[in-house]
Design a protein around this ligand. Structure first.
Ligand code: TMP
Length: 213
């Protein structure tokens, strides 16, 4: 458990509905008078914006190692400059993607190095920071892809078998971290997804000092 604030992450494949859920969760927590910071990876800092462009824009194939280290550089900066200061000031930080994305996409999706090494290297980038709770929005990529509109980025252009491997990666992570990761069926309605999420958040708040409303 993080000492002062709470660090909550949201994970999932493409178009799983993370942004909509995060918006609703923020409103819920604000209604409980919590101090909330919403953020995302990659690219929620000035430094990270150029990393996001380098890693997601463009058509050229990039080596998986280069891709991975770009995500890690973004994460290291993000943790140091934004996430840690917010946690230290007692905020609840809601983060759209974190280390689990690297394990699922670079580890299981790209398969250039073991999942354990991906996790180890990400822990170096985060100086050991891990989420207190993670919501994984699980959806069949074939269904999710029907929701995608507009120009596709580098990862959205990968074929369906890549995204199926990413999903397997997330499910492995959830199996290995049952106390941290809550798997939510993202094919359910947003109302159902939100209800499951708030149930787990309420349980977490009950266990912490942050529940002083
Ligand atoms: P999003 O902002 O739309 O969620 O897109 C970010 C993309 O970057 C998404 O396809 C997942 C991918 N990604 C990784 O492959 N590894 C990572 O570590 C992170 C944070 C994101």
């Amino acid at each position: 458990m993080n000492e002062k604030g709470l660090f909550i992450t949201f994970e999932g494949g493409e178009a799983a509905g993370k942004s909509t859920l995060i918006k609703k969760v923020k409103e819920y927590l604000v209604s409980l008078e919590k101090d909330v910071l919403c953020t995302f990876e990659p690219g929620d800092t000035e430094f990270g914006k150029s990393i996001r462009a380098a890693v997601l824009d463009g058509n050229e194939k990039i080596p998986p190692e280069a891709e991975f280290f770009l995500y890690l550089a973004d994460r290291a900066y993000h943790v140091e400059k934004m996430i840690m200061p917010a946690l230290e000031s007692g905020k609840m930080v809601l983060c759209d993607r974190f280390t689990d994305s690297s394990v699922a996409y670079q580890g299981e999706g790209r398969r250039f190095v073991s999942l354990e090494r991906i996790e180890e290297m990400s822990l170096v980038a985060t100086r050991g920071l891990t989420p207190d709770l993670t919501f994984y929005l699980d959806i069949d990529p074939k269904i999710a892809f029907k929701r995608l509109t507009g120009k596709k980025d580098r990862l959205e252009r990968e074929d369906i078998s890549f995204h199926e491997k990413v999903r397997e990666g997330y499910l492995l992570l959830a199996r290995d971290n049952p106390h941290r990761i809550v798997v939510i069926n993202a094919e359910d309605t947003i109302e159902d997804v939100f209800a499951v999420t708030t149930k787990h958040l309420d349980e977490l708040l009950k266990k912490t000092n942050l529940n002083k409303v």
